[in-house]
Design a binder for this molecule. Structure first.
Ligand code: GLU
Length: 311
């Protein structure tokens, strides 16, 4: 549990990649936007490896992501936090939530939930089968958070957002049937423990924010400011992701990639910055960054930033 006295005193932002593959252009945009905003606020900027979903994550991907960030000239504060080392902390917070009666055991299988209607993010809305206690014949597989009411927040890029939690997303899993903690729990605990006071990340996560705020309020944790950046989409309108095999950022083309990411974020860098040194790039970007210039869009086409394709 947190109390308001543990509210962060200093500005602090973070970039929180999941090491399920190499860093692609979409993640570079999130890294750049979060870093520039943290620095513009005079704050710290952390890198956290969200490797809570262990079967999908690899240390080799984490190492490669950090190597590309370094080659791009990113400088993060302190040591990288790995969620895979934090089970004991998540377990303690889940115990607090149990004591509050805010979570309940769920015996439903994925197959049983496949017929549930999709929520605002496309995932099935939990129909509440185990909400009032495990029905006879079912045994506990996962732990779910009981979500009630509506949550609104003012996103610095996308504007006012409002969600009716039971209707739009439904009770979410915090401890999975395979014994792993879920992203929704880990991200809230880590942002609070690390003193993160503003979150800049891709708009694919905007529908997760209200339930994260709900959890923060239950736990007495402060709610950070939120800014959700447009995500980079491919020619089919699909978000660039490791799953769609988006091209990794090439460390040999670091400045052109950073330049393209800065332009993607609406910052209008002068064309000659594309051929600048890394130090020149960062000096310009830090001096000129304005969150207010980021386009209010959930997605935008990813540019092709490789030398041979720019005329
Ligand atoms: N780990 C998430 C991702 O790579 C980001 C989570 C967050 O920024 O809250 O998409």
């Amino acid at each position: 549990m947190w109390t308001m006295t543990s509210a962060p005193l200093f500005p602090c932002g973070r970039f929180a990649p999941s090491p399920t593959g190499p860093l692609h252009f979409g993640s570079l945009v999130a890294a750049l936007g979060s870093c520039l905003e943290a620095r513009a606020r005079g704050g710290r900027w952390l890198v956290r490896m969200e490797d809570v979903d262990r079967p999908r994550c690899r240390q080799a991907h984490a190492d490669a992501i950090l190597a590309v960030l370094e080659a791009c000239g990113f400088e993060w504060d302190g040591a990288v936090l790995y969620q895979s080392a934090r089970d004991a902390r998540y377990r303690a917070v889940l115990a607090d939530l149990r004591a509050l009666g805010a979570v309940y055991p769920c015996g439903c299988t994925r197959a049983e939930l496949a017929a549930a209607h999709p929520g605002i993010d496309g995932a099935p809305v939990y129909p509440g089968t185990c909400r009032g206690g495990l029905p006879p014949g079912k045994s506990a597989r996962a732990w779910r958070l009981r979500l009630e009411g509506s949550i609104g927040f003012d996103d610095a890029v996308q504007g006012r957002q409002c969600q009716h939690l039971p209707r739009d997303v439904g009770d979410c899993v915090l401890l999975r049937a395979d014994g792993l903690f879920a992203y929704q729990l880990a991200v809230v605990v880590d942002d609070a423990d690390q003193g993160v006071d503003h979150v800049v990340r891709g708009a694919d996560l905007i529908h997760s924010t209200p339930r994260q705020i709900y959890l923060q309020r239950l736990l007495g944790a402060p709610t950070p400011d939120y800014a959700h950046l447009p995500v980079a989409v491919d020619a089919h309108g699909q978000k660039l992701s490791k799953q769609t095999l988006a091209a990794p950022v090439d460390a040999a083309h670091a400045v052109p990639a950073l330049f393209a990411a800065l332009r993607f974020l609406g910052q209008n860098p002068p064309p000659e910055l594309r051929r600048a040194t890394s130090a020149e790039f960062w000096a310009w970007a830090r001096a000129h960054w304005r969150l207010a210039r980021v386009p209010r869009a959930l997605g935008q086409p990813a540019p092709d930033y490789h030398e041979e394709n720019i005329t």
